[in-house]
Design a protein around this ligand. Structure first.
Ligand SMILES: Cc1cc2nc3c(=O)[nH]c(=O)nc-3n(C[C@H](O)[C@H](O)[C@H](O)COP(=O)(O)OP(=O)(O)OC[C@H]3O[C@@H](n4cnc5c(N)ncnc54)[C@H](O)[C@@H]3O)c2cc1C
Length: 410
């Protein structure tokens, strides 16, 4: 995992006793909200971002595999991904010139879903139609075409593939967070290293938040951008959220004989996914071997040997040329998993109306932060969405039991 490019030494004490907006969590979501709010011409208030660990070491953000795709099963997620692509392509105009940002901020090797059954191919075909309707470049290709484009794959068991190489691939997700954070700070957003431990409510409003260091801050609006801890933060206001931490493993590996071309982010029918990493190495991600269950937010133990028992057999079957694969780095991070419908929850609570959410990304939050951060900013400034309407992701769908299930979760 990368080390921060900019200073993460924040003061611990807030500058003011009252803020218009307090954002709990200063990683991808919190920083996107802060940046979009501060750069919104209609906003003239004060913003405090409270981050309990500015190194972000244990955040979902730090564990991200830095990828974006438009191959989703819900329209809103395709549109959210399209804003992510547009946003990172404007790095220069958003944040000023950065010599570390490549000319093309998206490495467009694409995503390739592999199907080994007619029934899954039909699912991919349906999704392709939805994606194409939004202008995405997804194509369903035959197993023979998979082999023709990527001759190194074993395709004997495959029925088809779903491929898009336009605005899909890897991007500098952690760099984006650092730039949003730095740019927000420079334009007047206060970041502190502290923890929100209490919220004082008065009927349908949060009046103030209390910090671990003891200070109370009165607020107009509070935003929960606490990622894997979103449920705990919500509970401070007496609200339950269906979000839990789930283990996900990432391995970086080298091989003696690298592929002659980029490996798209390939989702094997087993659910293991792998892609090019740098020029000659590869990244593979997978869920746990056993049941995919909630874990403690502080539990970062590498609980199993997924590499030997799961990953290696799958990747060498799919790409026999990888039989010399050896691990050079690995980490385990937590998805902030929304058990209700695997989708983000964006916007205000239905009764505590000055409490907003930007949570529950279920493994897509790096790419969803630009659009969701902008959406929360618009709700705070205008009381309504002005660009992309994310009403489908509102909190109210939970008490009203209207899941918007995102099937394409990897
Ligand atoms: C292994 C892995 C791979 C992934 N790969 C991808 C990918 O390729 N593409 C993609 O789009 N997404 C990916 N994701 C998902 C993505 O990383 C997350 O959805 C996203 O980073 C969530 O950001 P966040 O800011 O909402 O939450 P987090 O990153 O969890 O940040 C929340 C922050 O809130 C702080 N906080 C919590 N409680 C408090 C409190 N009470 N007071 C103050 N601060 C608090 C925490 O310290 C933390 O820094 C991946 C996730 C994992 C685990």
């Amino acid at each position: 995992m990368s080390t921060p490019k900019f200073s993460t030494k924040f003061p611990t004490t807030p500058r003011l006793g009252h803020y218009d907006v307090v954002i709990v969590g200063g990683a991808t979501s919190g920083s996107s909200i802060a940046w979009h709010l501060q750069t919104n011409a209609g906003f003239h208030g004060s913003i405090l971002v409270v981050e309990r660990d500015p190194s972000l070491q244990f955040s979902a953000t730090k564990a991200s595999n830095n990828c974006m795709r438009q191959q989703f099963a819900t329209k809103i997620n395709v549109e959210i991904a399209q804003y992510a692509a547009a946003f990172v392509k404007r790095y220069g105009s958003n944040f000023g010139y950065d010599p570390c940002v490549p000319d093309d901020p998206i490495r467009n090797f694409g995503y390739l879903y592999l199907s080994d059954s007619q029934s899954f191919t039909e699912v991919l075909q349906k999704d392709q139609q939805l994606q194409a309707g939004c202008g995405a470049g997804t194509e369903i290709i035959s197993a023979e075409d998979v082999k023709r484009k990527y001759p190194f794959f074993f395709t004997g068991d495959l029925d088809a593939g779903s491929l898009n190489t336009k605005d899909e691939g890897a991007f500098n997700a952690i760099g984006m967070v650092e730039w949003m954070r730095k740019s927000a700070q420079e334009s007047g957003v206060d970041y502190i290293n502290n923890e929100v431990v209490e919220m004082v409510t008065d009927g349908p409003r949060i009046q103030s938040v209390k910090l671990r260091s003891g200070e109370s801050i009165s607020v107009n609006t509070v935003v929960n951008a606490a990622g894997t801890r979103a449920a705990q933060v919500s509970r401070l206001a007496g609200i339950e959220l269906p979000i839990e931490a789930r283990r996900r493993y990432t391995y970086i590996f080298s091989v003696d004989d690298p592929l002659p071309q980029d490996l798209p982010l390939t989702i094997d029918p087993t659910g293991v996914h792998l892609r090019s990493y740098g020029s000659k190495d590869y990244l593979v991600g997978c869920p746990p071997i056993g049941p995919d269950v909630a874990v403690d937010v502080d539990d970062f133990s590498f609980a199993e040997n997924a590499w030997d028992e799961k990953v290696l057999p799958i990747i060498t079957r799919r790409i026999p040329q990888f039989n010399t694969a050896r691990v050079t780095d690995s980490w385990m991070g937590h998805y902030e998993f929304n058990t209700f419908d695997h989708n983000a929850i964006v916007g205000a609570h239905d009764t505590v109306k000055n409490f907003h959410f930007c949570v529950g990304f279920s493994g897509h939050g790096s790419q969803q932060a630009p659009a969701c951060g902008r959406a929360v900013a618009e709700l705070i400034v205008y009381g309504a969405f002005k660009t992309l309407d994310l009403g489908a992701l509102s909190y109210s769908r939970i008490p009203e039991n209207r899941p918007l299930t995102e099937r394409a979760v990897i």
